[in-house]
Ligand binder design. Sequence first.
Ligand code: X2X
Length: 333
Amino acid sequence: ATVPAVLPALGAAGAVIGMPHIARAAEFDLKYGNNLPLSHPLNVRAQEAAERIAKESNGKVSVKIFPNNQLGGDTDMLSQVRSGGLTFFTPSALVIATLVPVAAINAVGFAFSDYDQVWKAMDGKLGAHVREAISKVGLYAFEKMWDNGFRQMTSGDKAINSAADMNGLKIRVPVSPLSISMFKGLGAAPASLQFSEVYSSLQTRIVDAQENPLPIIQVAKLYEVQKFCSLSNHIWDGFWFIANGRAWKGLPADMQTVVATAINDAGMAQRGDIKALNASVRADLESKGLAFNQPSPDSFRAKLREAGFYGEWKGRFGDEAWGLLEEAVGKLA
Ligand code: X2X
């Protein structure tokens, strides 16, 4: 190779004229971990947000995504985002509640009846109350919650038509005190397992049932290891997009704006994706062999009341949060 006798002149921005553009290392290398397969709308929209952030920050901020429990399960990622090993994480409200108990308030059984109620509450006073509680443990929660969906039950041996069918049912639930309490109240035998273990625990029959929104049942292929799906709509669940507090404060204000705008906009688009999927995914799952039924919520609600579920959780969440929930959905207990 020949060495040029005269080095090319440096341009104003420091780029070498006549040389191919060499990507500079970002000033802020941020890591985002989550528990869902790449094909889930959460990952599709997060990838778009990462590209927008790179562009609008002129390459200063880079967000690298670790999907599908690559960095460990929810419990591991929650401790990583607290320590700063991870910058961003999207725990379900059920899961971040192990750290911030009031965050599970949206998951009270059969509280929300539709998405109008959900977004009015979570984009309004109830969501603000939870974000405030999240900030007290050194985490920053972006304004717009992302959608997981209304949770439905699947089972392997028999369809769940009423609360009576849940007696003794071994059902996997997330690592969430509220989920355990609710399914015990329904007479089932719930087991907390991280999402990374759900498919194999159903396959090996450690548990016989699980509960998740339809888009997750689809992308995680749970129809391969379950036969029945009961459209119970028992919990509305969403993901809080959270950041390590120190890392967040370490970003200059203009970069915070770029990141927050991209993430909140992506969250809004992701809500639309789940809405569209909700309309189409049942037919797809039926074609894959899952048998659907739609039980009335009455027997489930009655069983939960009888078990003292609502009274207990009103006490645990406190009057202020419970009042905000009831403002959104009507009287519960
Ligand atoms: O673990 C689950 O079931 C999931 C994917 O819905 C949550 O993140 C709570």
